[in-house]
Design a protein around this ligand. Sequence first.
Ligand code: S3P
Length: 426
Amino acid sequence: MKIEINKASRLKGEIISPPDKSISHRAIMLSSIAKGKSIIRNLLKAADTLSTLNAFRTLGVDISEDKEVIIEGKGRFGLKEPVSVIDCGNSGTTMRLLTGVLSGNPFFSVLTGDESLRTRPMGRVIKPLRQMGAQIMARQDDSYPPIAVRGGGLNPIRYEMPIASAQVKSAILLAGLYADGVTEVIEPVKSRDHTERMLPSYGADVDVSGLSIRVKGGIELEGIEVDVPGDFSSAAFFIAAALLVKDSDLTVKSVGINPTRAGFLNVLQEMGANISVENTREVSGEPVADLYCKYSELRAIDIGAETIPSLIDEFPVLCVVASQAEGVTTIKGAGELRVKESDRIKAMAEGLRKMGAEVEEYDDGLSIKGSATLKGADIETYGDHRIAMAFSIAALTAHGKTTIHNAEAVNISYPEFFSTLKELTG
Ligand code: S3P
């Protein structure tokens, strides 16, 4: 599907961001391995989270989907051996976290995914999970999906992670629930902490101290009720649009502002963005607020490795914002962006250049000269949802028509993205 987008004269209105994708995945997983019923309100219904729901159905969990999602948890050892391969679709979170869960389970399973997911590195979860005692094999010397797991009999480990990754951290913590003793993960830089925030509400024994997270194995989790807050990473596209398009005024209601996710908000404020954060409150252990965003004249900024994990999924739209900020914005220490749903450094450099911006690409980032006068172009999204959405926002500031190819990729995290865009700019 191709979508054509023209320059917008303004963006006005109020949105409720779609439910948080990361929290939705975790709520499905923890509810499935807990004992008894869980009720999840405001679960994200998008392709990635449906991959997780279907995976747990294949593992024998009863899940009913209505306004609320009700999961009849099977308990720690209640999952059953799947009779077929589990398809994780495009979702790295499904594959990596599920590999952690399956490592604890004494049966055989195989995980695969779409063309993009099958090129994403899995050695980063396979290595520590094998150290815990799981038998895991994968393609190309145990590096890429499909992954075959025979789990069970885990021992706890203390693992210093070589890269900051919430998916790797969470896979180890989930496996740690099945190990006999305390499993400890030490991060190089703090990554999103939804797993360790959510686990105690299911009854797990978790201790967080700085960059170290410890989980005690052998405890049976119990079903709970969870409310999923709005996804800051989805809201980020419209927040950026409101800042970049003159005369804009946007309210984002009930969006998660967890500090491990809010790096983009801090960076925008440093760049001079007119955003006010109000009505801060807590929803299911996560900080949530309403954001008021107005058109702003932005200044360039330098961003380094220590900031990247807290804005990892906002990188594509941050590049678009940088193209409209006065001066040269440099983003370094972002090598992980090359192994996301697409090579996001390459995709952003290529598309922004096509639209007329000056971009220099590095192995681990790029620099972008602003404020650029963008012109409409044909954009290759590489089937990546966040690349499609980022260039849709760039298109609002560009002269002429921009064509977004493979625009259906937005269904991965934000199925209503284009209808919301139309409403806000209409
Ligand atoms: C996610 C963690 C991040 C992020 C991804 C979702 C999660 O990946 O990019 O979209 O839910 O844990 P890494 O932590 O592996 O970088």
